[in-house]
Design a protein around this ligand. Sequence first.
Ligand code: NAP
Length: 243
Amino acid sequence: MTGVLLLGGTGEALTIARRLSPEHVYSLAGLGRTPGDLVCRVRVGGFGGVEGLAAFIKAESVGLIVDATHPFAAQMSRHAAAASAMTSVPCWALRRAPWQPGPDDDWRSAFDFASIMAAIAPYKHPFWTLGREPLDHLDEIPSGQHWTIRCLDPHVGHARATIIAARGPFSLDGERALFDQQDTDVLISKNSGGAATEAKLAVARERGLPVVMLQRPSLPQVEREFTDMASLLNALDALRKAP
Ligand code: NAP
């Protein structure tokens, strides 16, 4: 198999990267931790847009792009598909299924920050689990609200926000304790899918709390799409064994 360029940023991508040999490259944006114990090559940081990515693919003789980025990292996915078209190097993508509401869930759809702000207006203690975006809006916290913001980045703090730097997976009991401690009355989440950050939805459900759910961005078509990691790993194995 010619070299794989694995675009990461998820737990699944790291699991795949652990199975790659030294001729393959694992690429990270640099937002989270960079593992130091991989056999494959690891590169960190942007490529400089589609042209930069296409140039990297050619220079490194990449034979397959595997997009295992977060479902909300839509720009990177679009760049991967565009660079694939430019270079004629195929692109596969791992796209985990979105979460679906059950009969006991009270989910409200949001499509952008403004619609989230409108949806949480009646509540006092919103719990934000979107990543760092709410940190850019600390000066817009309505009077009468105190925000809990959980994201990867440590932050100095704010008089009307509790900022928690933490990385999943999160346990059910841990999430229950955090909801209690922060007196959470509404949860804000991206529809990321997957098990690692799902416990917060169970806590909202058992307490009858609303969830403002940010819908996924649209993602480009690619040669092959996988919804689970096992199928993608099997396909990579088949490619490796192919004559
Ligand atoms: P993005 O908007 O799709 O990407 C922005 C730029 O970051 C890309 O154009 C690319 O820069 C660089 N980039 C992203 N992923 C990369 C990778 N695997 N290797 C090399 N460069 C990469 O994604 P984002 O800004 O990272 O995040 C958007 C949303 O996804 C946020 O809501 C974030 O919380 C969520 N998310 C992202 C990650 C992650 O690791 N990226 C993980 C979890 C959640 P160039 O154009 O210069 O190539």
